[in-house]
Design a protein around this ligand. Structure first.
Ligand SMILES: [Zn+2]
Length: 263
């Protein structure tokens, strides 16, 4: 009985603490107007003030059908970027909602480090719109996993949070257990393109118990930011090795130098 008490008691304390935090947060929400995630000015609605909203750069066609990199002019249907031809990724297609710039960086940071989970439905909706074609053909969404140590430190995986809202919008289920990060990789920030690829080599694996579900499936990887694409490429390689029929990529923001068109 005392053993059971020892097990039960800490979880009761945790629950009480969580409840107290929730009450406090609700009280703060009532007392303070919501702030713009980018400039921290109070806003009427949620997320962004009108000025920051107008600066957001949504990615629309024309773009490279493979990588989703926006073109500066329309080269005609089905034309791929030079990047896609010279260095084709393991994944099939990538789409992003917005360009990675000052405003989208602020949104990503607010979601990732600032605990602005309230931004996720808005960001997820934009991703769902950008990836409509990909989602229509998908069997499941696979959030890019964090290593358990980072997950423990951050308490949540921002890609999984976005995947949950995209799933709610699109009806495509989330297969969070399809992929595991088995190597605690260094942060990609500050690494060159080849260093990024080496950094994620062997970092992702499909667990044995997920292999049957992955085989033959059309999957869409979900992540917050795409820089060199090395992370999602590493994920796609692992899923394809396990027999996935197709792997596409959906991200919130991508670093997008205007794509040079092929000749
Ligand atoms: Zn603002």
């Amino acid at each position: 009985m005392s053993d059971l008490g020892a097990i039960v008691f800490p979880s009761r304390v945790r629950r009480a603490a969580a409840a107290a935090r929730a009450v406090l947060r609700t009280a703060l929400d009532l007392a303070l107007p919501p702030l713009c995630a980018a400039c921290r000015e109070p806003v009427d609605g949620k997320g962004l003030c009108p000025a920051c909203w107008s600066k957001l750069s949504f990615i629309t066609r024309p773009y490279c059908e493979r990588l989703g990199i926006p073109f500066v002019y329309d080269p005609g249907p089905g034309i791929l970027s030079m990047e896609a031809i010279a260095d084709p990724p393991a994944y099939n297609r990538a789409r992003a909602a917005v360009r990675f710039d000052e405003i989208s960086r602020a949104l990503v940071h607010a979601l990732k480090y600032g605990d602005r989970l309230d931004l996720a439905p808005m960001m997820g909706r934009w991703i769902s719109q950008a990836g409509r074609e990909l989602l229509a053909e998908a069997d499941a969404l696979v959030p890019v996993p964090l290593h358990w140590r980072r997950l423990w430190a951050r308490r949540f995986n921002q890609s999984a949070v976005l995947a949950a809202t995209i799933s709610a919008d699109s009806g495509v289920p989330v297969a969070a257990a399809a992929l595991k990060r088995v190597k605690p990789t260094a942060q990609q920030v500050g690494l060159s393109r080849p260093e990024r690829a080496t950094n994620v080599q062997g970092a992702f694996r499909v667990p044995d118990k997920a292999k049957a579900a992955v085989a033959g499936s059309r999957l869409v990887l979900i992540d917050d930011v795409l820089t060199s694409g090395a992370t999602v490429d590493g994920c796609a390689r692992a899923l394809l090795r396990a027999g996935a029929a197709n792997v596409d990529v959906l991200i919130f923001a991508r670093v997008a130098d205007p794509g040079r068109t092929s000749i």
